[in-house]
Design a protein around this ligand. Structure first.
Ligand code: MN
Ligand code: MN
Length: 471
């Protein structure tokens, strides 16, 4: 029979045995908050420079070269401390530092994705109707379509001309440049629309982008498609393209907002596409700052995560496996053995607890803004489908690493058990027989055109990734 104990004794027991879950601001010193604020400044300028996967790769290559990284050469041999990057078709990039032990004990990978939900163009996007010129779009990734109307959009991407030359475009980001928009219906005429479910109120074929309203003016006022033709003429003069060139193009319309401090206290950052550039940035920054790693370390910035990781720049392809294998072979090792000994943080965002929508979160097992970088043993949906579900041993190893390095961290799940769910790149890396666990920054309003993260959490992610690289 349990005897009564003193209140103080119970308090001590609770201290010894139970998890205390305090807001991160009660756990960190002034210096950490200061560093987090500084780190946030660098992050914001990265966010404004790289809104698409191509722009992010350009950023990574530029910054890596400034830090002494050189393009990876599979025929070269490398020594500890050498820095290389592998640019996969301009849309995903691996940056790596050769470790003291090379890769004989496996490599250490932090993998984040640099593609975000957006509006892509159809192969024949340009059309006119009722004296207006518009683009037809095909949305990319999981979006709530009604959120993408009635806000400024910018056009980014690459147009490949019929002779194979290309031109990169970016319109709508600089002051004075035109912007674009998908219209929505005025409330006065919205009775029928407002009675629809949110998923039907705006449908895929409604996401048409407004481009112009002036025709090419003929002397007799007659002619076909003169509004469309006027836009094509402008694009031809500016970029040297013709309509067929759209077929060989990747044009992405993204929110034209810039990354900015959010809230009076400047504790948060609002931006388009924190998912998952908010993990990519600290992953690369930690690699640049990591000193004399024991094992070969690498940051992977991948493409295609938002559409399932298929495609040769996504992690369901073999590019990471080939890269690691190539490093292994250069050291006379077998790629399979190296991969089997490798460890990875799948760095992707989590859904931060949102008190406004509390019904879809389970309070005790959610991640929270400002409680630090979040480790997720599993994500997935419908009973852990579509996730790698890390082993207890590997979670234990990473947990120890975070605690030993005094990293501000938390854990969680992606909402209530049957509320929905989602996947990450973890399962594709796990398929290479690598130990992998999901870890990332909590985000509010994820996949909306403007998402929120906390500066303290971004910095915690940086500290976690750096500790992982230096372990
Ligand atoms: Mn993500
Ligand atoms: Mn996502």
């Amino acid at each position: 029979m349990a005897k009564k104990i003193a209140k103080e004794e119970a308090e001590q027991l609770a201290k010894d045995l139970l998890v205390s879950r305090k807001n991160g601001f009660w756990e960190v010193g002034d210096e950490t908050i200061e560093k987090a604020d500084q780190f946030g400044e660098g992050y914001k300028s990265f966010m404004n420079e790289g809104k698409t996967e191509r722009e992010c790769v350009n950023y990574a290559v530029r910054v890596a070269e400034q830090h002494g990284f050189v393009p990876y050469d599979s025929t070269a041999s490398y020594k500890p401390g050498d820095k290389v990057y592998y640019n996969n078709r301009g849309k995903s990039v691996i940056t790596a530092v050769i470790g003291e032990n090379g890769c004989k004990d496996g490599v250490r990978i932090v993998a984040a994705h640099i593609d975000s939900p957006r509006l892509d163009l159809k192969p024949y996007p340009l059309y006119e109707t009722n004296d207006l010129a518009l683009f037809k779009t095909h949305y990319y990734g999981g979006i709530k379509k009604y959120q993408w109307t009635a806000m400024p959009l910018a056009m980014h991407g690459r147009l490949v001309r019929r002779d194979g030359t290309y031109v990169d475009v970016c319109v709508g980001e600089k002051p004075g440049e035109p912007q674009f928009m998908v219209t929505d219906l005025l409330p006065h005429l919205g009775n029928e629309q407002m009675a629809k479910t949110l998923s039907k109120a705006i449908e895929g074929e409604d996401l048409n982008i407004m481009l112009g309203s002036r025709p090419i003016r003929t002397e007799d006022g007659k002619g076909e498609n003169l509004f469309k033709l006027n836009i094509m003429k402008i694009l031809n003069e500016k970029y040297g393209i013709v309509e067929e060139d759209f077929i060989s193009s990747e044009i992405e319309f993204v929110p034209a907002f810039e990354a900015r401090d959010l809230g009076f206290d400047g504790s948060m950052i609002g931006a388009y596409g924190h998912d998952d550039r908010v993990c990519a940035y600290p992953a690369l920054q930690a690699l640049l700052d990591c000193k004399n790693p024991k094992n070969t370390v690498m940051s992977v910035w991948t493409d295609k995560e938002e559409i399932g990781s298929d495609g040769n720049t996504g992690l369901n392809s073999s590019y990471l496996e080939y890269f690691v294998t190539s490093l292994a072979e250069a050291e006379g090792l077998n790629g399979r053995d190296v991969l089997s000994r490798s460890k990875c943080l799948s760095a992707d965002v989590g859904a931060a607890y949102d008190p406004t929508f509390s019904s879809v979160y389970e309070y005790a097992n959610s991640c929270y803004l400002n409680n630090g970088v979040a480790m997720f043993k599993y994500v997935g949906s419908r009973g852990k489908s579509g996730t790698s579900d890390a082993s207890a041993e590997f979670v234990g190893e990473v947990r120890k690493l975070l605690n030993d390095n005094h990293v501000l961290w938390q854990t969680g799940e992606l909402g209530k058990v049957d509320a929905g769910g989602g996947g990450t790149v973890a399962m594709f890396i796990a398929n290479l027989n690598v130990d992998v666990v999901d870890m990332g920054v909590p985000v509010l309003a994820m996949h909306s055109p403007y998402e929120i993260v906390s500066k303290l959490d971004i910095y915690a992610a940086y500290e976690a990734f750096k500790a992982f690289y230096e372990a």
